[in-house]
Design a protein around this ligand. Structure first.
Ligand code: ZN
Ligand code: ZN
Length: 437
């Protein structure tokens, strides 16, 4: 098979990989890289789009699905395959992206076309696109997230999408039984030499201690979060520790798209881990509806939170402080050293979140310079595999010979390549170049 990388080559964002069989062309993911100005999009030429037979979406983060409506407006006419929750969440995400970014070549009609072309697939069920056989298996990253196996005769490629090999509050880990592939295309977000997560219990006890200190001093704790995945994990963790009395009972305000995504998670709970399904189905105890959460719907609710006296926790979008309600909260609460900002997800280079993580005392939000007196702390609750997990995954794949490393910062990719290169032929692909498996 032939491969071409139209994005996520030596970068995180705009994932889009062309796989060619003998007579078939498919795309694995169609993402955008949302920046300050217009989003960066994959480099696939529009003239090629009519020849693409199908698109497979691994999961509903915009860096994997945001380019879908553009594909249709620029000439693609084929189906888009993904798990049911992926398609549902992708529609919410794409809708929000179109509203915020207002790209020139796309309008609502193209999103409607995309919806008409959606085809739901199940985990572990092989389906065909002409001469290619495809199978999606759980990736453990967010609801519906998948790895994709592409087979042409006896030759197999496995693409991780974004992957997590550890169980979380909501999801089972990635499926790593009976994996077989000649070629692996792996993400490498945390593939660097120093990217080894400390034990989760240590992270959580540090996190709770930190939250407790701020709440005891009547401060506010702001947790910026991706609407999908991170937010649900964070809310479940906070709810658990509040119920057990580890942290004081204060309102947990939930703002941004998180509420909408929670509802999709809840009605797709069949895709969450068994333990959570049992908890909801066999008792009245539904953590999605915990009385500790106060859902913020619109500006009126938000202005009440902005005036809220005393301790509180605010979980809100966006995860890297590039827009979303978190900006409003930081404008009001960011200068006060009683308050705390907790970074719990990936912070891309060039985002205000990353600047704060690196120690900046002043950042530009929404075009305004804001002095940051607020305490900033980072806790690794990432939904991505760390380096040992990425190495372990490769080791579990039967017959593996070639590895392509995508979706990472270049330095980390090279560090991961050095380790994997001892056992496999490793390529860190460049944009638009063609490779043969
Ligand atoms: Zn992701
Ligand atoms: Zn990603």
């Amino acid at each position: 098979m032939k491969l071409k990388f139209f994005g996520a080559a030596r970068e995180v964002g705009r994932s889009c990989i062309l796989v060619e069989g003998k007579s078939t062309r498919i795309l694995l993911d169609a993402g955008v890289k949302v920046g300050e100005e217009e989003a960066e999009v994959p480099t696939i030429p529009n003239s090629m789009l009519q020849s693409i037979d199908a698109v497979i979406i691994t999961h509903a983060h915009l860096d994997h699905c945001g380019y879908l409506p553009h594909l249709y407006s620029n000439g693609f006419n084929g189906p888009v395959y993904a798990l049911k929750p992926t398609l549902e969440i992708a529609n919410v995400m794409v809708n929000d992206y179109l509203k915020l970014s207002n790209p020139r070549d796309v309008n609502k009609d193209w999103q409607k076309k995309m919806q008409r072309k959606e085809k739901t697939v199940e985990y572990h069920q092989e389906f065909r696109v002409k001469d290619l056989a495809l199978k999606l298996v759980p990736a453990g990253h967010i609801l519906g997230s998948s790895m994709v196996e592409v087979r042409l005769g006896n030759e197999r490629i496995l693409y991780t999408g974004d992957i997590n090999l550890k169980t979380t509050r909501l999801l089972e880990p990635a499926y790593t039984e009976y994996l077989k592939a000649d070629t692996l295309i792996t993400e490498s977000t945390y593939g660097g030499d120093k990217d080894t997560w400390p034990p989760e219990k240590d992270v959580l006890s540090g996190l709770m201690k930190s939250i407790k200190t701020t709440l005891d001093n009547e401060g506010k704790v702001i947790v910026p979060s991706f609407a999908v995945g991170r937010a649900q994990e964070v809310l479940f963790i906070l709810d658990d520790y509040m119920r057990s009395g580890t942290i004081p009972k204060v309102p947990i305000f939930v703002d941004g798209m998180i509420g909408k995504v929670n509802r999709i998670y809840r009605h797709n709970v069949i895709f969450c881990k068994d333990e959570l399904q049992k908890r909801i189905l066999m008792s009245e105890d539904d953590p999605f509806k915990s009385s500790n959460f106060v859902m913020i719907e619109g500006k009126a609710d938000r202005s009440k939170v902005l005036k809220h006296q005393g301790a509180a926790i605010i979980v809100t979008t966006s995860g890297m402080l590039k827009g979303g309600p978190v900006i409003k909260y930081l404008e009001r609460m960011g200068s006060d050293s009683l308050n705390k900002l907790l970074l719990v997800g990936y912070q891309a280079v060039g985002t205000p979140g990353r600047e704060l993580q690196d120690g900046a005392k002043e950042i530009t939000l929404d075009g305004k310079k804001i002095k940051m007196g607020i305490k900033v702390e980072t806790f690794h609750l990432s939904a991505h595999a760390d380096r040992p997990q990425l190495l372990r995954l490769a080791g579990r794949i039967q017959g593996l010979k070639n590895i392509f490393i995508v979706h990472g910062e270049e330095r980390k990719m090279m560090e991961l390549a050095a380790a994997l290169g001892k056992h496999y032929k490793v390529t860190v692909p460049v944009l638009d170049a063609e490779y043969t498996t």
